[in-house]
Design a protein around this ligand. Structure first.
Ligand code: ADP
Ligand code: MG
Length: 240
């Protein structure tokens, strides 16, 4: 069992005090960022964190679950991709052919999966890792499985496609310790609640889970209670 005994909740001094999540005002403040990641952020033209990134980075890097609501266009993708890269950077390397991904992002649609994949790919590559988007229709299960077996740290998928791939032994969720549920409100609108629950039921319970949503209401609150553990609530602006 490759997933047992891995001390994955490495604490980062600057941001590990749960009672004091200071907003991050500049990327250079984040001591947990590997140098290569900082360089890639600069190369990509990002000068400073957006509001939601400023609030989320310290919480997510410290290992807490979080429920994050902020309007579309506020920069939520990188608010979770960068902490995911930090998390993966702290893990023992994956064993290709045996281990599945460490980071998992679930999205409601293929289009969103593709967008998220681009960011995930750019930044995980900076530390020598790999991301794959498995929701798209072009590649069949056999082809995806072959590529996944070569080793892949981050998988981005829609819930149904991932369930199918796991069932066909294209990948496994044993090493997943960092899960992101992006556009959770839309996933609920599209009727994916049971599929997401079923996926999370197959991931180790001591994982870290982040839920992102453009809106916040009774339904999101209810699923968050089941899917997250003592989440930190981050709300930027009015989100319902
Ligand atoms: P959301 O998921 O909240 O709708 P996105 O993650 O799609 O937002 O980001 C919206 C846009 O903001 C993207 O074009 C992204 O590249 C840009 N962006 C993200 N972070 C920053 C930043 N720190 N500085 C400048 N632009 C950013
Ligand atoms: Mg988004």
């Amino acid at each position: 069992n490759t997933s047992s005994g891995i001390a994955w909740r490495k604490q980062h001094d600057i941001v590990c005090n749960p009672s004091n999540f200071d907003p991050i005002l500049g990327f250079g403040e984040v001591e947990a960022f590997p140098e290569e990641l900082l360089q890639e952020i600069a190369r990509s033209g990002y000068d400073s964190p957006t509001l939601v990134q400023s609030q989320t980075l310290s919480v997510a890097i410290s290992g807490h679950d979080a429920l994050i609501t902020a309007a579309t266009g506020s920069g939520k993708t990188l608010a979770y991709i960068w902490p995911m890269v930090v998390h993966i950077n702290d893990q023992p390397h994956i064993n290709p052919g045996v281990d599945g991904p460490i980071g998992l992002v679930l999205t409601p649609t293929r289009e969103l999966a593709k967008q998220v994949f681009k960011y995930a790919s750019t930044f995980i590559q900076s530390i020598g890792g790999k991301a794959m988007e498995v929701a798209g229709g072009n590649r069949g299960t056999w082809e995806l499985t072959k590529e996944l077996k070569k080793g892949c740290e981050i998988v981005v998928s829609t819930p149904g496609r991932l369930i199918d791939l796991v069932k066909k032994k294209g990948t496994n969720l044993k090493r997943v310790t960092f899960v992101v549920l992006d556009e959770a409100d839309r996933m609920l609108d599209m009727g994916f609640e049971n599929q997401v629950s079923s996926i999370l039921g197959n991931i180790r319970p001591d994982r870290q889970t982040l839920l992102l949503s453009a809106t916040f209401g009774k339904r999101v609150e209810k699923v968050a209670r089941g899917w997250l553990k003592n989440p930190v609530r981050i709300a930027i602006g009015r989100t319902g």
